[in-house]
Write a protein that binds this ligand. Structure first.
Ligand code: PLP
Length: 359
C-alpha cells in the first residue's frame, strides 16, 4: 500500500526537490565543499530567522537543542511557560537536567498571558524563560513579541523560544524583539525530513554560556560558535539533510518570505472555513490561532480514529487524532510546508466526502 500523504503536524509531506537534494554526492565535512554548503544556507536562514547572528545547525531533533539551551543558560532558575504538550515537557526536561524550575501553566488551548509572566519574574530568582511560540499540540500561537517585551524588562533574564512549527511560516523578528535562543527542528514548518535543527544564540546568551558549568559537549553553544567561524559544525553533521536544507532555503527565497507567509495564512484560512462549515469549533481562541496547523475541537463527538482511518483508506491522506490528553477530543490538520490552496482543497474535499458517515 502506498504511504499516505502527510497532513499531520510534522513530519509533513516532502517535495521531490528535497528528496533529490538529499541524494547529492557525499562529501567530507572538514573540506571546502562542506564549507561552501554550510555558508550557502546562511543568508537565507538569517533572513527567515530575523537575525544578523549566525544560524547554527545541529544534527538532532529539536529536543536536543531545547535541552542544550537549558544546559547552556540556566544557572539560577528557569521559568517554563506551559500551555500544551511541548511547552509542558520543557519543565520536566529542565528538572531532568538538574536545574531549578518553576512554571506558569495555562489551560491547554489557551495562550500564555504576558502579565502573568511579568508578575512571576518580579518575584525574582529567575535567569531564563522558555516559550513555545506555536504550541503544536493545541494549535495555539503565543504572543511572542509581547512576552519577549516582558522578559526584556528584566535584565539578566534570557528568553529561549521554540519555533519548531512556525519557523519560516510567519515573521519572527528575533533580533528586534530580543530573543536569546531561537530554535526549530526542520521536519515541521520547514518540510524537511527529521534529524536536523537550526538555532540562533544572542551575544548575551553566549556570554552566559561561557560562565555555565556542565554544558556537555554535543550541544555546547561555544563549540557551535567556534566552528561556525570556519563554516562548520562541532561534530559530523547529517550532510544529506544539509543539502536538503540548502535546497529548501533557496526555494523559500525564490518564493519570497512575504509570499510564503501569505500562502500559509490563506491555506490556514481554508481549513478554518471547513471547520466552521462542518459544525466544528476551533480549539484555540481567536487572536491566538496557529497559521500552520488547526486543532479542531471534536464538539460533534465523532469517532476520530475511525474517521482518520476512513480518510486514509479511501483518499490516502493522513491527519492527526489529537495529542496527549486531548487525543480524540480534538483532531489536527497541518497546512505547513509546501501545501497550496489546491492541495489543501484536495484534503478538505476528502474530509467532506467521508465525514457524513460519522455524524
Ligand atoms: C515537534 C515539536 C517539538 C519536538 O520536536 P522533536 O523533533 O521531536 O525533538 C518541540 N516543540 C514543538 C513546538 C514541536 O512541534
Amino acid at each position: 500500500m502506498p504511504k499516505p500523504k502527510l497532513f499531520i503536524p510534522g513530519p509533513v509531506d516532502i517535495s521531490p526537490a528535497t528528496y533529490e537534494a538529499m541524494c547529492s554526492p557525499m562529501i567530507g565535512h572538514r573540506g571546502k565543499d562542506f564549507e561552501a554548503l554550510y555558508a550557502s544556507a546562511q543568508p537565507g536562514l538569517q533572513e527567515i530567522a530575523g537575525t544578523k547572528r549566525p544560524v547554527f545547525l545541529s544534527t538532532s531533533s529539536a529536543w536536543g537543542v531545547m535541552e542544550g539551551a537549558i544546559r547552556n543558560l540556566v544557572q539560577k532558575k528557569v521559568l517554563t511557560l506551559c500551555c500544551g504538550a511541548f511547552s509542558d515537557k520543557w519543565f520536566d526536561v529542565s528538572q531532568r537536567c538538574g536545574k531549578e524550575a518553576e512554571k506558569i501553566q495555562s489551560e491547554w488551548g489557551q495562550p500564555i498571558d504576558p502579565d502573568l509572566v511579568r508578575a512571576k519574574l518580579a518575584e525574582g530568582g529567575f535567569d531564563t524563560v522558555t516559550l513555545v511560540h506555536n504550541e503544536t499540540s493545541t494549535g495555539v500561537l503565543n504572543p511572542l513579541s509581547e512576552i519577549a517585551g516582558v522578559v526584556n524588562e528584566f535584565e539578566d533574564v534570557l528568553l529561549i523560544v521554540d519555533t519548531v512549527s512556525s519557523f519560516s511560516a510567519l515573521p519572527i523578528p528575533t533580533d528586534e524583539i530580543g530573543v536569546d535562543v531561537l530554535l526549530a527542528g526542520v521536519q515541521k514548518a520547514m518540510a524537511l525530513p527529521p534529524g536536523l535543527s537550526v538555532f540562533v544564540v544572542s551575544e548575551k546568551a553566549l556570554a552566559r554560556a561561557e560562565t555555565t558549568n556542565d554544558r556537555g559537549y554535543y550541544f555546547d553553544f561555544l563549540e557551535f560558535e567556534k566552528n561556525h567561524q570556519k563554516n562548520n559544525t562541532p561534530s559530523t553533521p547529517s550532510i544529506s539533510l544539509l543539502y536538503a536544507l540548502d535546497s529548501m532555503v533557496s526555494s523559500i527565497m525564490e518564493e519570497g518570505l512575504a509570499a510564503r507567509f501569505r500562502r500559509h495564512s490563506e491555506t490556514n484560512a481554508l481549513v478554518h472555513k471547513w471547520v466552521e462549515e462542518n459544525g466544528f469549533e476551533l480549539f484555540a481562541p481567536e487572536g491566538f490561532r496557529s497559521k500552520t496547523l488547526t486543532a479542531v475541537r471534536n464538539n460533534r463527538e465523532i469517532d476520530v480514529p475511525a474517521f482518520i482511518k476512513a480518510v486514509r483508506e479511501r483518499h490516502n491522506f493522513l491527519i492527526n487524532g489529537g495529542y496527549g490528553k486531548i487525543k480524540g477530543k480534538t483532531f489536527r490538520i497541518s497546512n505547513m510546508g509546501n501545501e497550496t490552496a489546491a492541495t489543501m482543497d484536495e484534503l478538505l474535499c476528502a474530509l467532506s466526502e467521508v465525514l457524513p458517515e460519522f455524524i
